[in-house]
Design a protein around this ligand. Structure first.
Ligand SMILES: [Zn+2]
Length: 165
């Protein structure tokens, strides 16, 4: 298994990291997941996890995207990581919606009408062009990301978030 990562403006690649710890005595496992920005960050996570856990390491298995660490008491900690692509480009004009501060959430019904519910981004201009009207506050959900007070809001997004129907 190998990875090839091509960097394009508006597309970010991060790493989904899964850490699974299995305690030998009970065979109980705990799993945690998080996103890392770089391979260096993953190594840092591995290093921190192993440091926090007392006990001598008896064996380590390395594979691409995988690390398995065995302790003398039989405990095993496995680390798995794979790339996650976050595409912030507007479906229609290709602008990086993250760079122009147009990250928002509209109601599902509206998104179905505009983008067939696709997991994707549209800038305000292109969403309004598809709908054939100007967005108003009622189109946005109560999600935290829609707060007008957040610092990163484009002028037109700020305007729509407070616009009356
Ligand atoms: Zn657009």
């Amino acid at each position: 298994m190998g990875f090839e990562i091509v960097n394009e403006p508006g597309v970010n690649t991060r790493w989904a990291v899964t850490v699974t710890e299995t305690v030998a005595a009970t065979a109980d496992g705990t799993t945690t997941k998080h996103l890392a920005n770089s391979l260096l960050e993953i190594e840092q996570t591995i290093s921190d996890t192993l440091r926090d856990r007392a006990g001598r390491i008896s064996r380590t298995v390395h594979r691409l995207g995988h690390r398995e660490v065995y302790f003398e008491d039989g405990t095993r900690i496995e680390f798995d990581w794979e790339p996650v692509v976050l595409d912030w480009r507007c479906l229609d004009c290709g602008v990086d919606t993250d760079a122009i501060d147009e990250y928002y959430m509209v109601h599902d019904a509206l998104w179905r009408e505009a983008a067939a519910g696709e997991r994707a981004q549209l800038c305000i201009d292109c969403l309004e062009a598809r709908l054939g009207r100007t967005l108003t506050a009622a189109d946005f959900t109560d999600a935290e990301v829609n707060s007008v007070d957040l610092p990163r809001r484009s002028q037109r997004l700020r305007d729509r978030l407070t616009r009356r129907s």
